[in-house]
Design a protein around this ligand. Structure first.
Ligand code: 56B
Length: 343
C-alpha cells in the first residue's frame, strides 16, 4: 500500500525554523552530539527493547497493552508543577513504595487503579465513569492536585465515546485500518480524535505538531518492538515529540539556543500561552534540530550494524530519558511553562 507523501509535522517544523527569531540551532553542536551519541549507542545500544524495561510500562505486547498506551497517551500532557520542579508539594503518586512525579505519575495513577480492580483502560469504563470515580483515579499523595484535572476528565470522556462509537471500543481497530502505515495512522488519529489535533497558527499558516498522536504510534511501535500491531513500514517518518522536556535537553547540549529575551522570560518562569509565537518556535525548532541530528547520525553510521538503527523516535526517547536522569545538571536550563492538553 502506497504510504502518504510525507509527515506534515516535519514540513511545519522546517517552515517555523526558517522564520524563527528567538530560537536557533547550532550546527556545530549538532555535529558534536551526533558523534557523541553514536559512540554512546555503540557502547550501550538503545532500542525498542528498552521500552518495556520501564517499571510502569506494560511488559506484554497485546490488546491490553494497546488499551493502556492509548489511554496514557490521551492523558500524556502538562505535568509541570506550579509549585516548581523540586517542590515537595508537587503532584505525586506513591505506588509500591515508590514516589512518582511528572509523566510517570500519570502511569502510576493508571496502574494504581488497575491494581484496585478498576478497568480504567477500558473505553466502556472511562467514557461513562462518574466525575467522582475519575477524580479518585487521579488522587494525589502530595499537597498539589494533578494539573488540568477537568481537562483530563473531558478528553477521557470524549475520546472514550469516539472509540466506542466508531472503532468498536478498541484502538487496535484503528491500527488495523491503516495497513501498516504510521502516517496513515497519524492522519486517522488527528482526524478522528479532536484532543490529538495539536496544531498552531504561525505567520498565517496552520502548522502541525501532533505530539501525542506521534508518541502514541511510537509507544505502540516500541512496545511491540516493530512486530505485529507495532509493525509500520514508514515508522522512520515519525518526528521527535514536541514536549517541554526534550527542548531543555537540547538547550543543555547547546544544540538549541534561545535569545536573551526568551531566556530571561523563561528564567522568571513567565507562562507562555498555548499558541504563542515563542512557544511554537521552541517546539518546532526542537523538532527540526532532532531531524538534523538524525540525518547526521544516519550518514555517520552508514552501514555499520554495530550501532542500532537510528530514527527520530529512538533519539527522542534517549534524549527524554537523558533529561530525566540528569535533572540536577539540567536545572540550570528553564523549561517553558504552557498549560496545554497537547503535550
Ligand atoms: N518528547 C517526549 N516527551 C515525553 C516523553 C514521555 C514519556 N516517554 C517515555 C516512556 C517510554 C519511552 O521510552 C519514554 O522513556 C513523556 N513526555 C512528555 O514529557 C513531559 C513530561 O515531562 P516530566 O514533567 O519531566 O515528566 C510531558 O510533556 C509529556 O507529554 C518522551 O518519551 N518524549
Amino acid at each position: 500500500m502506497k504510504s502518504l507523501p510525507c509527515n506534515p509535522v516535519l514540513e511545519s517544523a522546517q517552515f517555523v525554523h526558517q522564520h524563527s527569531k528567538d530560537v536557533a540551532i547550532d550546527e556545530a553542536a549538532v555535529e558534536r552530539t551526533a558523534h557523541e551519541l553514536l559512540r554512546a549507542l555503540e557502547e550501550k545500544p538503545y532500542s525498542t527493547a528498552d521500552w518495556k524495561r520501564h517499571p510502569l510500562n506494560p511488559n506484554t505486547a497485546d490488546d491490553a497493552a494497546i488499551d493502556w498506551i492509548f489511554l496514557v497517551d490521551t492523558l500524556n500532557f502538562s505535568f509541570w508543577s506550579d509549585a516548581g520542579e523540586a517542590s515537595p508539594d508537587r503532584f505525586a503518586v506513591v505506588l509500591d513504595g515508590q514516589r512518582y512525579t511528572g509523566y510517570w505519575s500519570l502511569c502510576a495513577c493508571i496502574n494504581r487503579a488497575l491494581a484496585e480492580g478498576i478497568p480504567v483502560t477500558s473505553a466502556a469504563y472511562y467514557a461513562h465513569a462518574t466525575d467522582d470515580e475519575l477524580r479518585r483515579i487521579f488522587r494525589s499523595d502530595a499537597r498539589e492536585s494533578v494539573p488540568m484535572l477537568d481537562e483530563r476528565l473531558a478528553v477521557m470522556r470524549q475520546t472514550g465515546r469516539i472509540l466506542l462509537e466508531t472503532f468498536g471500543g478498541s484502538f487496535s481497530q484503528c491500527i488495523r485500518q491503516c495497513q501498516g502505515s504510521a502516517l496513515r495512522l497519524l492522519a486517522l488519529i488527528t482526524k478522528q480524535f479532536p484532543c490529538y489535533r495539536d496544531e498552531g497558527a504561525f505567520m498565517g499558516r496552520t502548522v502541525q505538531y501532533f505530539k501525542r498522536a506521534q508518541i502514541l504510534i511510537a509507544d505502540i511501535w516500541a512496545c511491540f518492538e516493530g512486530q505485529g500491531l507495532g509493525e509500520f513500514h514508514d515508522i522512520d517518518q515519525i518526528t521527535m515529540f514536541a514536549d517541554y522536556r526534550v527542548p531543555q535537553a537540547l538547550v543543555y547540549l547547546n544544540i538549541l539556543s534561545y535569545s536573551s529575551d526568551l531566556w530571561a522570560l523563561l528564567q522568571r518562569q513567565q507562562p507562555l500561552a498555548s499558541g504563542d509565537r515563542l512557544e511554537q518556535e521552541i517546539r518546532a525548532v526542537s523538532i527540526w534540530a532532532v531531524e538534523l541530528l538524525r540525518r547526521r547520525m544516519v550518514a555517520l553510521r552508514g552501514h555499520n550494524t554495530a550501532t542500532p538503527a537510528i530514527n527520530a523516535i529512538l533519539l527522542d526517547f534517549y534524549l527524554w530519558d537523558y533529561a530525566k536522569t540528569h535533572t540536577d545538571a539540567l536545572r540550570s536550563v528553564p523549561i517553558h511553562r504552557t498549560r496545554s492538553i497537547f503535550y
